[in-house]
Every structure is written in C-alpha cells, then in structure tokens.
Design a binder for this molecule. Structure first.
Ligand code: PLP
Length: 446
C-alpha cells in the first residue's frame, strides 16, 4: 500500500468534503479508501487486502499496475505528454493499427474518444449522418453511458431521471429467456420471438426513420445474458435489409473479457460500427473509441465529420493501449480468460446453481459471469427488485468484503468479472468465498 493510515484518513475527509461522486446521494455515502493496488488485489485504508472480482468497473482487464503498461505510460510521458488530435502521433497510429487488426471484418478506421459514453454518442452521430435518418433503437436491460444521448439509449432505471431531452430513442425487448418477455420455453423460441418483436417495432416506427440499432454484443451491467442462437445474426439481417446501421457496444464485453478479443466473434456477425473503451488499456488512462466500416468512413471521405475532442487519441492513453494489447498477446490473456471460463468459473457456477437454492441462474463466458439470486426458484422472484437493492443483497456484499472479496453487483445479481489474467488459484479462492456467501443467501431464502 502506498498510503499510510494517516494519509488514508486525510484522503477520506477531503473526499467527503469536496468530491462529488457518480450516481449517488452524496450524504449517504461511505466510500472505501484504496491505499494501493497490484494485479488482482487492492488494499483499503486500514491495510486490509481484497481480491478484486469486479475489475473495478469491469475495466482493469489486465489487473492493476501491469509493469509493461506502467513503463509505457512513463516513457510516453517523458517523450510527449500531449498533442492535439489534428497532428500525427506514433502512439496513436500504432494503437489504431492494433485495434483495427483485432476488430471483426473491415472495421479498420478508429475514431478515439475519452470513454464509452462519448464513443456511443459519436457512433450514433455517424449513423445519423450516414443514413440521413434520426431514430435509434436500443434494448431494455442495457447500459450505454451517462451522457445525455447515451443515457437515453440506456435501458435501465438510470435513464428515467434523465429522460428530459428528445433524443429520438426507442426501446425494444431483448431476448432473455430466464425472464422472458415472450413466454418462450427454449432459447431458439426466445431468439425467434425477440426477432419478430424487433421486426414489428421497425415496421411500426418506420424503417426509413431509423438510423441505427445499438446493442451490447453481450449485455454487461444489465445481467451478462448471452444472446441466444441466431439472435445477433437476425439483428444483422434486419439492419442490412432496412438500411439501418448496426452498432455493437463492446465497451464492457471487449478486449478479452468474453474469452475472445470482442464478444461479436462468438457470433457470425460484423457490425457497421463497434464501440469500445474500458479494457482497451485496462482503464489506466481514459480512452474509448469507435471502429468504423469502410462504407461509413467513406461518407466522411470528402464531407467533414462534424465532431471531435481535444483528447481524441491522447498519447498517454494510446501508449497505454499499445502496451496493454501487446501484453495481452504476449501473455496469452485472452486464451487464459477463455480457459478460466471453460474449466474453472463455468463449472464452479454450475455447481452453485445446483447446490444453492438462492441461485436462480448462473451464466456467462470467459471472465464475464452473473449469478442471479432469487427468493424462490419457482417464481424467480429476485432477491432485490428490478432497479433497486435490498437489505439481503447489501448483507451478502458486506459478507464478501469481510472475507476479502470485492464483488460487482447490480440489483439481485453478483457478477464474477475478475481481470483476464487473474491466476487460477486466486480465481478458485474467490469462488470459495462466494460459495460461503451463497450459504448465507440460502439461509435468507430457505
Ligand atoms: N457501454 C457499456 C456497455 C458500458 O458498460 C459502459 C460503462 O459501464 C458504457 C457504455 C459507458 O462507458 P463510460 O463510463 O466510459 O462512459
């Protein structure tokens, strides 16, 4: 830890006095001081050590303080800290090449942003200008960011208080068999019915008014519910048929998290635009972006793209991205994430779902998993209502922390989303803690 207890106390006091936190009632907060972090671990202000099964906000895909990335940022800082986006910068050029090489199909042009929300804002702007249409369709049970348009695209309760501007967004039901909106009994049925619903929605909204459909290739915060067979392929076909731009939001699912570079690779689909952020440089320096198809890039060949950012392709962020991607390659982290999902996390969670009455469903791939907690397996009543938490969920999260595990949670779910390079023994240790905590959950619902 880099902070002693006196330093931690002062940081806490100043935070409570001067820092305004995201998505929070400021006076009700009691945030944890992080005194240090290394690999898959963090230390609090009292010197307690925690295994980070959250990867913070599911972004430290290579863990904390990877020496190669820290060195690359340091070297870049010594060379050139910043330069305007209109100039050529070697770190930015190389980051764009490495990303373009990994995105599917011919998504070979990269527009850099500062994070995920503005990546989605720019993707929609490109789609609108490319098609000359305004409306954008997005899914319920989704998250696309906190800026005005991005939060309007979002399909979770964070949108409600922000639905003040007319942004031309229309929501549809995604396929989600465990809580199906279509009364389906199989994944195939769910896929087909969700596609029929989307096709009807397009017809009623007017295909000629729809610029884009945006969706997370595998939805993250909303529940890591994998699209059933044929769904993304069906969305691709609808987009192609009606001249609608398909935007895949890979902000959370990208850069190794699902056991492939991008989650769309699990399906036979190439979107027209792909947005990324978070894992692109493990969150070491803020960066996001849009990978652009040749057709959409060509729209802005001789016509000005009306958008930009002072920090588009910032050298420190770009150098961190280059070093992160190279480290992931060199150390086989994407393959490791796939293997952890296949042979460690997947089997353990399948066991939880069998043994723990509080577990309604466990699902995921790679290092991207959700455990859905229920009061009753028959009715599937969630342990916290949609859009909210509960005393029980808070107790379970506290039980994780008191055992040295930092979890990621949303409503009635605990997500297992450690770094892609977490060790097998650490993964097993974290899962053993979860197993214990699920015993407590069983007692609450049993
Ligand atoms: N899209 C998805 C799928 C996300 O998970 C997030 C953040 O959690 C965002 C967009 C927004 O990214 P940012 O917070 O970097 O703006």
């Amino acid at each position: 830890p880099l902070l002693d207890s006196e330093g931690a106390r002062r940081a806490y006091e100043l935070d409570r006095k001067h820092v305004f936190h995201s998505w929070s009632a400021q006076d009700l907060l009691d945030p944890m001081v992080i005194a240090g972090a290394q690999g898959s671990y963090v230390w609090d202000g009292e010197g307690n050590k925690y295994l980070d099964f959250s990867s913070q906000l599911v972004n430290t895909n290579i863990g904390h303080q990877h020496p190669a990335v820290v060195a690359a940022i340091t070297e870049q800082a010594a060379k050139l800290c910043t330069i305007a986006p209109s100039y050529v910068n070697d770190a930015r050029s190389e980051a764009a090449r490495l990303i373009a090489e990994r995105t599917p199909g011919e998504l070979n042009r990269i527009f850099f942003t500062n994070g995920g929300a503005d990546a989605n804002e720019h993707a929609v702007r490109m789609a609108r200008l490319h098609t000359g249409r305004q409306k954008v369709l997005s899914a319920y049970r989704s998250y696309h960011g906190g800026t005005q348009l991005a939060v309007n695209l979002t399909g979770d309760p964070r949108r409600w208080a922000n639905d003040t501007a007319s942004t031309g967004t229309v929501h549809f039901f995604p396929p989600y068999l465990y809580r199906t909106a279509f009364h389906s009994t199989t994944q195939e049925e769910e896929s087909q019915r969700a596609l029929e619903h989307l096709e009807q929605l397009i017809a009623y909204e007017g295909p000629a008014t729809i610029a884009a459909i945006i969706l997370e290739s595998i939805p993250g915060t909303a529940g890591i519910y994998l699209p059933p067979p044929g769904y993304l392929e069906g969305v691709r076909e609808l987009c192609t048929r009606f001249g609608i731009v398909m935007i895949a939001d890979e902000v959370m699912s990208g850069f190794g998290r699902t056991g492939k570079w991008f989650a769309v690779e699990h399906f036979n689909v190439v979107p027209d635009l792909l947005t990324f952020a978070k894992g692109v440089n493990s969150g070491y320096v803020p960066m996001g972006g849009v990978a652009i198809s040749p057709e959409i890039a060509a729209t802005f060949g001789t016509r000005v793209y009306p958008g930009g950012l002072t920090y588009s392709g910032h050298p420190l962020a770009a150098a961190a991205a280059v070093a992160t991607i190279n480290a992931m390659d060199r150390e086989g982290m994407v393959e490791h994430a796939a293997e952890l999902g296949r042979s460690v996390i997947g089997p353990a969670l399948a066991g939880f779902a069998q043994r723990h009455v509080s577990v309604g469903e466990a699902r995921g791939t790679g290092v991207f998993w959700a455990i859905e907690l229920v009061r009753d397996r028959e009715t599937r009543e969630p342990l916290a209502p949609y859009g909210s938490s509960s005393g029980e969920m808070n107790q379970l999260l506290a039980a994780c922390k008191s055992r040295g595990l930092l979890p990621f949670a949303n409503f009635n779910r605990i997500h297992v989303v450690p770094p892609c390079n977490i060790g097998t023994a650490d993964t097993e240790a974290g899962l053993a803690i979860l197993d214990e905590v699920l015993d407590i959950a069983d007692g609450m619902v049993g």
